[in-house]
Design a protein around this ligand. Sequence first.
Ligand code: SF4
Ligand code: SF4
Length: 259
Amino acid sequence: MPQYQHIPGGENTRYLLGDGKFRFDCHSGVVCFTRCCHNADMYLYPYDIIRLKDCLGLTSEEFLAQHTITAFRDNPYFPQVMLKMSEKPGQPCSFLSQSGCRVYGDRPYSCRAYPLEPAFFGDDNRISVNCYLIRHGHCLGHLEEQEWTALQWIRDQEMEDYHEVNARWAQIDSLFRQNPFGEKPLESPALKMAYMASYNMDTFRRFVFDSSFLSRYEVPPRRLEAVRNSDTELLLMGFDWILRFVGGQGPLKERQIGG
Ligand code: SF4
Ligand code: SF4
């Protein structure tokens, strides 16, 4: 039997699911339908932002300005991007319409994953994921009959599309948690550059193609072509760049002077 971990001050529980099964369903017939789309305290991951801004036809700058706030949360050294709720009564998510989520096909990873909380481990060659099961006290979906394994839920919610990028992000996030930005992270130019390369693909794209970036770093032609055509490829190269200029490691090589 799994051991429930009670989160202090609430009726929420969290336990490592492993190979176990869980009961859950979320549909318009549950009494709490869209309850969790109000006043949500939700992180957005870098790939969420690409999917959402493309879905909404916005630039990354517009999306960040209109739909997000930044805050230092569980990592005191690097700001996190949170989905901004609307100011209407009950603070519904801006993407909630009468017929449900209007960005459903590109909804954030956290919206897909609940009630799972995946944790990534492994290396670039083999990514593994281990899932916690979260039960929020207000969520009646846990009383439904439908039964799932973690893998079944991951497939049903099309979460695998996110896993390569989110696993790479977990590596970058872990680097940021070691405070590579010095005594005053907020004043660090390296933090500002890392933030751009993580969240703002429009600015980062201009930085890559309109600055001296390509004369300083070796980017193989095929990769460069992929980066030109895809924000996701640009983001993955941004992660490599962060590993190099913040962590002093990783596959992106600096050009030799005169080379
Ligand atoms: S993005 Fe969609 S599913 Fe997620 S909180 Fe907003 S309305 Fe709900
Ligand atoms: S609270 Fe649970 S069951 Fe209700 S809408 Fe949210 S995820 Fe679905």
